[in-house]
Design a protein around this ligand. Sequence first.
Ligand code: PLP
Length: 629
Amino acid sequence: ERVYGVSSWGGGYFKIGDNGHIHVIPEPSTPDVKIDFKAVIDEIRQEGIEFPVVIRFHDVLRAQVVNINETFRKVIDSANYQGVYRGVYPIKVNQMREVVEEIVDAGAPYDFGLEAGSKPELLAVLAYNTNPEALTILNGYKDEEFMRLALLGRRLGRKVVVVIEKFSELVSLVDLSKRLGIEPIVGLRAKMQVKSMGRWQGSSGSRAKFGLTIAEIIKAARYLESHDMHDALKLLHFHIGSQLPDIRAIKDAVNESAMIYAELIHMGFALEYVDVGGGLGIDYDGSKSTNDSSRNYTLDEYVADVVYGLREVCDLENVPHPNIVTESGRAITAHHSCVITEVVGEIAPDGAEIDTTPKDDDHTLLKNLYELHQCIEQQQNYQEVYNDATQWKEQASEAFKLRVISLEELGKIETLYWQIMRKVQAYYRLVDFVPAELQSLDFSLSSQYLCNFSIFQSAVDSWAIDQILPVVPLTGMDKPPTKDCSLVDITCDSDGKIDKFIVDHEMSDVLPMYDIPKDEPLYLGMFLTGAYQDVMGDMHNLFGRLNEVHIFSYDDDPEDFYIEEVVKGSNVDKVLSVMQYHPDAMARDVKKLIDRQVAEGNIKPREGVKWTDFYEQCLSGYTYLSTNK
Ligand code: PLP
């Protein structure tokens, strides 16, 4: 547990069971209901579903929706706050239909709504957010068609709020709503002055991409007034960035927004909502700190700061408490899905086992290293061993370039070098002081585990912005790990790797791992991928979307579960079609080429049929490595 810190980042949903397997606890308040990952993997294999897979725990998604709503209810009650909480889920965080449907369903008792930031998202939201009490919040830049869709929502009796990001949008909304005779609900996004933190700190300050300055907010309010649409202004919105690591930025932003809200009320505008945007962070690295991959607060603390922060300013300013809107996406979705990948190979620096015995006429550098390796146990000074071996190896590379030593000699030298380094490493593991020069030995000697997935598809933030995502072996953790590894994916890209982990609460470039068993696969889980990672990945190397398995627990059996749905990942023909290929035509062309070889007598007819079938079968197969066969 200390090594992988599961309870630190797991949010109560994951833990290592006594059998050394990862367990999912769909509802942390009833910890005896748990699903063993091993059982899930076994069932996936039995069903013939190929790895890698995304697993969605819909219970976890539902629990998070309930969690945020209940926390707001509780704090609003105890603060005697006069407004209500009306959260919305921003679908950009994970637009998968099943995710949106589940959130809408779990949020129905709370009138939980949806947020859209583009026309396609709005079209989806109009179809799925049908509760007339729930809000539909529209952010992002908008054209007239976007506004028209928003007004369609009003016609359908929905609370659709058009959040104005720049003044010209208001002009076009007012104009269109007058022409159509439909009263809009208007929100204004404020450009906040508060200094945000984290990777998305550019979302606040005067250079922010979105929002209105104070002068523009006043101009917008007056513009509505001058068009007799004074009452349309209902919401004040801000968003100072996703994954906010420091609670102080949130407190400051709530305070700043409450002041603007109060001023607008004083100016005679009957605003009903303050929308504090997203930003509620996830403790990806389990450090509970202000690291970019962490947060220094809990959900309870966040909610209390929003509710009490608004109440304090409103009471001082003698204005009504507004209803509270949040647009938390990451916090709702991150835990509910993970990627399971199989380790399909090992790349070790000393992987090739060759006979290193020098021949009589072999070069002295090889003989020196061989002797050093033979008598290493008698050495007193291991730093000297390291220095000598390293120097000889470097000299050998130069000598090879000058054709002084042969390829075979160089191979033996490299092999001996790594064997010596293993012994040096073993020595320094037992002593307290490790010289600075030797501290990188653990990394140099570690293996790279080749995993059947693409980082560009499944963990794009790990590649793009160094986001830490927890990676854990799913079984075997009742025994100590046996080796250190970093991970590489199957893309033809040297960036396709993960070499930043949190191990024993510290940042590490290697992850303690287990040897790959001879008789069964070694599966790893990459966790907290439900927010953004699930949907932002790209098709690098044409590895498309993963097979998806949706898991539910049974109410009446605390240890059982069922696969509710399997969503097929990308087949080869699908990804090729996206790139404008015509798989049917390709199959015909390849068949013709094979037939020609048959006609020329180079391939027997029966073999020709087999190759044709094989090509077609690959075209319709999964894009990732086949490991189930
Ligand atoms: N609302 C807006 C306007 C956003 O830009 C974002 C994302 O950055 C969100 C909500 C969701 O934020 P988060 O996923 O941090 O909750």
